[in-house]
Design a protein around this ligand. Structure first.
Ligand SMILES: CC(C)(COP(=O)(O)OP(=O)(O)OC[C@H]1O[C@@H](n2cnc3c(N)ncnc32)[C@H](O)[C@@H]1OP(=O)(O)O)[C@@H](O)C(=O)NCCC(=O)NCCS
Length: 226
């Protein structure tokens, strides 16, 4: 198979757009988020579905994909806007190491992880995709997984940019690209970092939910109140 390998940069997982990224909170998703996830995916246009799933999945298959998401086996991450709409979703799927073509960098760990993500069109270019990716990488480290894999079309320049920024090794082949990231083992700061990010994201979610409930309540007494 004809492949070309692009060497990785020497600055793994750098932060970009620091002022914007500080407001991007990535929260682990659970069963209760299934409906919002469905809304997020159904709002993706045809070309985004192609980039995200490798094919222009029709609504029925997207619905089935969301219904079948397994929150015990896999980990899902999301970013909410102030109206609690999911504007970014990342799916970290764990699989036995021989289930994914990990290329030259074979792992001795039992599992590898594959990551797929999408950001709503109106929320792009604000660092949400980068933040979702960084969170997935740190979660893998803490879950004793040292190989993070992504598959995308070679023409997906935004995704290739995120992968290269993260130091991923990218193999291109016949219009498709496989990207791999070797991760360091967990340490106290990686565990602490993920725990803090999750706590802050939960607090942020609770704040937005309370705010929304308060606005609804006010609206019921003072119609038209904004
Ligand atoms: C890929 C995707 C998740 C990126 O989300 P995002 O929130 O816009 O990403 P970010 O804001 O973190 O930006 C990504 C980087 O790509 C860069 N970028 C954006 N468009 C680009 C383009 N056409 N060419 C090259 N780089 C580009 C941005 O400048 C940014 O780099 P920087 O941080 O150095 O400035 C989003 O575009 C998307 O959902 N696409 C459809 C689904 C998809 O492609 N999923 C990935 C395959 S699983």
């Amino acid at each position: 198979m004809m492949t070309s390998v692009i060497s990785a940069p020497d600055h793994p997982l750098p932060s970009t757009q620091p002022d914007v990224l500080q407001t991007v909170r990535v929260k682990e998703l659970s069963e209760r988020d299934r409906r919002r996830m469905l809304m997020h995916f159904l709002a993706l246009g045809e070309s985004d579905r192609l980039l995200r799933f490798g094919t222009t999945l029709p609504d029925e298959l997207i619905t089935r994909y969301v219904q079948k998401l397994d929150f015990v086996r896999d980990t899902l991450f999301g970013v909410y806007d102030s109206d609690l709409r999911l504007i970014g979703v990342g799916h970290l799927a764990f699989a036995p190491r021989d289930a994914v073509p990990t290329g030259a960098d074979a792992t001795t760990k039992e599992r590898v992880a594959e990551f797929g993500l999408s950001v709503s069109e109106s929320a792009r270019g604000k660092g949400i995709g980068t933040k979702l990716f960084e969170r997935a990488a740190i979660h893998c480290r803490n879950a004793d997984v040292d190989t993070l894999y992504m598959h995308c079309l070679s023409s997906n320049r935004t995704m290739i940019r995120i992968a290269r920024k993260a130091g991923m090794q990218i193999r291109r082949s016949y219009g498709e690209a496989d990207a791999y990231l070797k991760l360091l083992p967990a340490n106290p700061s990686s565990v602490m970092l993920e725990a803090v990010q999750e706590q802050v994201a939960r607090f942020d979610y609770a704040y937005k939910a309370n705010n929304r409930a308060a606005m609804k309540w006010l609206n019921s007494y003072l119609p038209g109140f904004k």
